[in-house]
Design a protein around this ligand. Structure first.
Ligand code: NDP
Length: 260
């Protein structure tokens, strides 16, 4: 079985560093996709209220035969549900669709216009109630994290941001490190655009790996939590098969240079 490390969040919880993203996976394909991923060794699924496939995620987990507590489930609050009461109601809706009484991680999907203080207070309450084991944000800038930090007591456990070798987000990652926020990478493969890159292809040939495996390995060694999406069973299996090789310092540097 594939061995994927955990990352310890600032609230002490351990999140599997690698998971399956299900944005743009149609509801009717989601259960099969999630089941196939779990059978391949995935233990972490990233969905959102906005993706309209939370029921499919629940069905896939049930079909896998694994217990709820064996799978890390992240979902995200939609932009239409910002504010204290709307956020409380929104998570109840997600929990009903996910067929569970808690999510492992609940994220504010996109920053709102109001600084998100009321929304974040709802998130703190949901965490205290045990309905969201960890709470975090997504697509927040350093300035937005600063503003939230001035008004509220809880530092987000995670900021999920667009991050890949072509968009390395150096400044924001340094901010996260100083603040104790884990960095989670969306579009880790640049939605496939990186897989034709000549540097990536050269390293893949030398290592007898695929370009996607090289990019995902770069993420793991950089310390990012990473959630590549695929609906293709062979790619789902290929993407998680990255535990048993290591990029050298020179290879990491060559990939880092793509972001300059
Ligand atoms: P990714 O970088 O994960 O790329 C997904 C694309 O790459 C799909 O077209 C997929 O094709 C293809 N692909 C996957 N694996 C391989 C492979 N081994 N070889 C060749 N092609 C491959 O982009 P996403 O935008 O989907 O990001 C991943 C996840 O991040 C999302 O699913 C979602 O969970 C999250 N996300 C969060 C956002 C946020 O605002 N917080 C925004 C965007 C994404 P196919 O499926 O056809 O196999």
């Amino acid at each position: 079985m594939v061995s994927i490390p955990d990352v310890t969040l600032n609230d002490g919880t351990a999140i599997p560093q690698f998971g399956l993203g299900v944005w743009r996976v149609p509801q009717e394909r989601t259960a099969d996709t999630v089941r196939i991923a779990i059978e391949a060794g995935y233990r972490h699924v990233d969905t959102a209220q906005m993706y309209r496939n939370e029921e499919g995620v629940a069905q896939g987990v049930r079909d896998s035969g694994l217990a709820r507590e064996d799978i890390w489930i992240t979902t995200k609050l939609a932009g239409s549900s910002h504010g204290y009461e709307p956020a409380m109601r929104a998570l109840n809706g997600s929990l009903a669709r996910l067929g569970t009484d808690y999510v492992d991680l609940y994220l504010i999907h996109w920053p709102g216009r109001d600084g998100d203080v009321d929304t974040w207070r709802a998130f703190e309450r949901l965490r205290d109630d045990g309905r969201a084991r960890s709470i975090g944000v997504s697509n927040f800038s350093a300035r937005q994290l600063d503003l939230l930090g001035k008004e509220t007591a809880t530092v987000p456990a995670v900021n999920q941001i667009e991050l890949n070798p072509r968009k390395p987000q150096h400044a924001l990652r340094e901010y996260h490190q100083r603040a104790g926020i884990a960095t989670e990478a969306w579009a880790p493969l640049a939605v496939g655009a990186l897989l034709d890159d000549e540097i990536i292809r050269q390293i893949a040939r030398r290592r007898d790996r695929t370009p996607a495996q090289v990019v995902l390995r770069w993420h793991l060694q950089a310390g990012n939590i990473v959630i590549p999406k695929s609906v293709t069973p062979a790619r789902i299996r290929e993407n998680i098969d990255i535990g048993n090789f290591e990029l050298s310092g020179d290879e990491m540097a060559a990939i880092d240079a793509l972001g300059r």
